[in-house]
Design a protein. Structure first.
Length: 261
């Protein structure tokens, strides 16, 4: 596509040692990675706001990040943008035999668990240099909730999981008790450790209930913000500030905000 070729040329000129942009030239994978993550979040934000014009722009910014990384890899002789595209085309074709496979595979339709089985086979086929763990390739840079979800899912695929939600609920109660014990002990690091275990258990409950914990918490954040702003406005309209009201009065206004559509 001509537009992609133009974008690749723009990136090449920006990275030119002779007449490129000094800022772009001095960047490396590590310095660009935070921008890549930020652009992905901005894509998600545009989707959340149903802002299609914004989504178009943010997808362009995210694509530019892909091109940036590919250009730096090409400069050091590792791979180029074509390799990136070829790799994802091959991967998606391989992982969708019910779409791209034989006539028999297409007729059979998508098999339950096939996606994870194919991914597991891909991991097994890769040369392992350090370890051969079921948890390999779960990115460390993922948001903590998302990474916890993926770690639990990967462990489950290896056979390490509770059989149902009852076991997870019992684990949450156990972790709650350990948080209380750590709180009584007064050691901040112990409290943090136990709270982490509790959060991890809650994420596992979400996984068993087939709920994305990141999406669930995002929804809860949105709901809290809407209700708090409503309560805040009500207080301000009465000529007061939140700090002027007692907790009991604030609780009453909070309950009123919860009833609002």
């Amino acid at each position: 596509m001509k537009s992609i070729e133009e974008l690749l040329e723009v990136m090449a000129r920006l990275r030119s040692r002779d007449n490129g942009c000094p800022w772009d030239v001095e960047q490396n994978f590590s310095t660009i990675a935070p921008y890549t993550i930020e652009e992905a979040y901005e894509v998600a934000d545009a989707i959340d706001r149903a802002d299609m014009d914004g989504l178009r722009d943010e997808l362009g910014d995210l694509l530019f990040q892909v091109v940036f990384h590919a250009r730096m890899a090409e400069e050091e002789g590792s791979f180029d943008f074509e390799d990136v595209v070829r790799g994802i085309v091959e991967k998606m074709t391989r992982r969708h035999p019910h779409v791209f496979g034989s006539a028999q595979e297409r007729a059979a339709g998508p098999a339950k668990g096939a996606w994870e089985q194919i991914k597991a086979a891909e991991r097994a086929a890769r040369e392992k240099t350090v370890s051969d763990s079921a948890l390999d390739d779960v990115a460390h840079a993922l948001p903590a909730l998302k990474r916890a979800y993926k770690l639990g899912k990967r462990a489950s695929s290896a056979g390490f999981d509770w059989p149902d939600t009852q076991g997870v609920r019992a684990k949450i109660q156990e972790e709650m008790a350990e948080v209380s014990a750590a709180e009584c002990g007064g050691m901040q690091q112990d409290i943090e450790d136990e709270l982490g275990d509790l959060l991890f258990a809650v994420v596992n409950l979400a996984r068993h209930l087939r709920v994305d914990p990141e999406a669930a918490l995002t929804g809860a954040n949105r709901k809290f913000e809407k209700r708090f702003r409503s309560m805040e406005k009500g207080v301000q309209d009465s000529g007061k500030r939140i700090g002027d009201l007692s907790l009991e009065a604030l609780d009453t206004r909070w309950r009123e905000a919860k009833k609002a559509p």
